[in-house]
Design a protein around this ligand. Structure first.
Ligand SMILES: C[S@@+](CC[C@H](N)C(=O)[O-])C[C@H]1O[C@@H](n2cnc3c(N)ncnc32)[C@H](O)[C@@H]1O
Length: 457
């Protein structure tokens, strides 16, 4: 087993913020609050609420598996259509078989987190949803795996060059990469800079498990499903993901939330955020002070990627000028920015591909920022499953909405027309006659469109 003392010396408990988690058998444990953090496939699981995060990622995997199974059934049903051409038949067969095999491969890769524990029906998963930042699905950035380890040499090199230029001539000693994804940038940076320690942190176990294996010299076979396949075979391509050579140590993988990074203040002299600040589920105004806190005085924050802020609140979708101002008011010297146009996700198997104007900046830590907002603690009734859940006004309103939704769905019984359903709703005094028919039409249409929406895996 490799020496974990460097990593251990930097850890700070993400649950209580007080103790320094230390090795305890095959896991880690905080001496202050006694929270136990498991380790899976050599990767410490350092979420603030480790059990809840585990349940959520399992649930996400199961929901994805349920979608894959549904999609495969749809493909096989399409095969039964009369007068289907030979080419279409072959394509559908290839896709169905690939999806089924893909599901098996995901289960094998995610076996360390108990992939097959506690399955429910697809409807149950859709109804429940999960609460790891909503946008972060298990396969949200799946194509990155193939870009990083199969066909993305030009894109990877361009991204690396921008970062190396931004880091400047002084080689960092302890580097933290937040949102490390499929890991190629970490691998290339480690080979190029040889810091004493490089920590690759991501929230998604699939990427950490695959990247760790590849770093160790393993080959991992996974399907690519291009957005705009060039030909029939390109609809699902089984690819071999591998590095040119194994990495001889120096990198630690950590599964955690970058908004609650499990490290003591001042742990790193460089923090890198590649393609993260605009997709993370936190306002940059509070995320920037968190990055500041992780750096030692004079440390560097190097950011690169798009600025397509995904926040629901329009006030938080910042321009580059606003980003620079926010960074400069978070304990950093005003950063210099540069912009490069680089190819992005140009798979040779796809007719789809982009060119992105990527923004890179380096910000030097000048002073401590005003402390970031403290970690938001989950209420006790969400941590302990034996306590009553309070009937919050928001919950009651949601429950009413769902009851109405459920009631309307029961009116779809194979006999009622939209006009008849509208009459029922009016007779139940749920709606006025002038509005009912259009509303029911909209509702049924939405259900229909949702049922035909393509699953993204
Ligand atoms: C757009 S991808 C970029 C991946 C990689 N940095 C690259 O450049 O290819 C964003 C990555 O951030 C990760 N991520 C999103 N939210 C995160 C969070 N709160 N904490 C840690 N990682 C997060 C995702 O799992 C994903 O791997």
């Amino acid at each position: 087993m490799h020496d974990r003392s460097q990593l251990a010396s930097l850890l700070r408990c993400p649950a209580c913020g007080g103790g320094a988690p230390a090795r305890a058998g095959d896991a880690w444990q905080c001496p202050a609050c006694a929270t136990r953090f498991p380790e899976f496939d050599g990767v410490p699981w350092l979420f603030a609420a480790p059990e809840a995060a585990l349940a959520e990622w399992r649930q996400r995997l199961h929901a994805l598996l349920a979608d894959l199974a549904r999609e495969a059934v749809g493909l096989r049903a399409a095969l039964e259509r009369p007068a289907l051409g030979v080419a279409a038949r072959n394509r559908l067969k290839l896709q169905a078989a690939a999806l089924e095999d893909h599901a098996r491969r995901l289960v094998a890769l995610l076996a360390p987190i108990g992939a097959e524990q506690g399955m429910a029906t697809p409807e149950m998963y859709r109804a429940l949803g999960t609460r790891i930042p909503g946008a972060q699905g298990l396969a949200s950035y799946y194509v990155n795996l193939h870009r990083d380890w199969v066909w993305g040499a030009e894109e990877n090199a361009a991204g690396l060059a921008a970062l190396v230029a931004a880091l400047g001539s002084a080689a960092p000693r302890r580097v933290l990469v937040l949102g490390a994804g499929a890991g190629r940038l970490v691998y290339d940076l480690q080979q190029r800079l040889r810091p004493a320690l490089m920590v690759a942190l991501d929230i998604n176990p699939l990427y950490a498990f695959v990247a760790r294996r590849i770093f160790d010299g393993e080959r991992v076979s996974l399907y690519e499903f291009p957005i705009a396949p060039r030909d029939a075979e390109s609809h699902a391509i089984l690819r071999m993901l591998a590095a040119e050579r194994p990495l001889d140590g120096g990198v630690e993988f950590v599964l955690a939330d970058a908004s609650h990074a499990p490290f003591a203040p001042g742990s790193f002299d460089a923090v890198i955020t590649p393609w993260l600040i605009d997709i993370i589920d936190e306002d940059l105004a509070s995320f920037a002070p968190r990055v500041n806190a992780l750096l030692e005085p004079g440390g560097r924050w190097v950011n690169t990627g798009s600025l397509a802020f995904a926040q629901a609140d329009p006030a938080l979708r910042y321009t580059l000028e606003e980003v620079v101002d926010l960074v400069a008011t978070s304990g950093f010297a005003r950063p210099e920015t540069s912009e490069q146009r680089i190819p992005y996700m140009c798979s040779p198997a796809s007719r789809h591909g982009r060119v992105e104007a990527v923004v890179t900046f380096t910000a030097i830590k000048q002073c401590e920022a005003a402390p970031p907002t403290p970690h938001e603690q989950l209420p006790e009734w969400l941590v302990r499953t034996d306590l009553p859940v309070p009937a919050l006004a928001a919950f009651q309103s949601d429950a009413l909405t769902m009851r109405i939704y459920g009631y309307l769905a029961t009116l779809i019984d194979g006999r009622n027309s939209i006009a008849e359903m509208a009459r029922v709703v009016v007779s139940e005094r749920l709606m006025t006659a002038d509005a009912a028919e259009a509303a029911i039409l909209g509702f049924v249409r939405r259900l229909y469109e949702d049922s035909r929406r393509r699953v993204h895996y």
